[in-house]
Design a protein around this ligand. Sequence first.
Ligand code: ADP
Ligand code: ZN
Length: 220
Amino acid sequence: MSMRLILLGPPGAGKGTQSDVLSRRYKIPHISTGDILRKAVIKEVPLGVKAKSYMDKGELVPDEIVTEVIVDALKSDDAKKGFILDGFPRTLNQAIALDESLSKISSGIDLIIYFETSPEVAIERLSGRRVCSKCGFNYHVKNIPPKQEGICDRCGSRLIQRPDDKEETVRNRLKVYQTQTKPLINYYLRKGNLKKVSGDMDVDELFKVIFKIFEDEHLA
Ligand code: ADP
Ligand code: ZN
């Protein structure tokens, strides 16, 4: 049985957090374009150099660049049993490229989970998010505070705000989502394998809802 999932939804919907839960539980890789791109930026490899200016402004990185990243990731051995795509596809072109690439290996997506999330919740989560400058672990000033303010519980390094989590950049990311990514909901609804959940729920509650969908769909 395979579990090939796409998590779709606005920035701040909690896709990354839920991906981590699902990835551990089902032992399938969490493939996040945002994480891959951020690592490339830190290492200053060509991919990162190309992507940085778009990311800092909250714009999308061009389709060709991210599509190549994902096609490579899907070829890896650990993606054979399944995968969780988080943050890809984000445009219609990317969705079509993904379909083409999967059809070449006579495979497809089993389920698209759409995280419907209210803008207030998304903005509150993103503006309060802090990340560890070293290990990348996520915190939230109110919801998931570190034991000692500004310091990572796990490794003791300094917590920072992601450059694209500044309020005006967050607004731009939400706008970009509305215009470029939201049309994917209809695209996948027409293909018939999209299920909607509420991204406003807390982590454990939402996992239970997703688990129920897996059961109904005979995925777990
Ligand atoms: P969020 O979902 O919270 O906006 P991500 O970490 O997924 O954050 O993405 C951060 C940034 O990385 C995006 O604003 C964009 O610049 C870039 N990015 C990530 N995924 C894609 C994608 N599929 N297509 C284009 N750009 C992307
Ligand atoms: Zn840390």
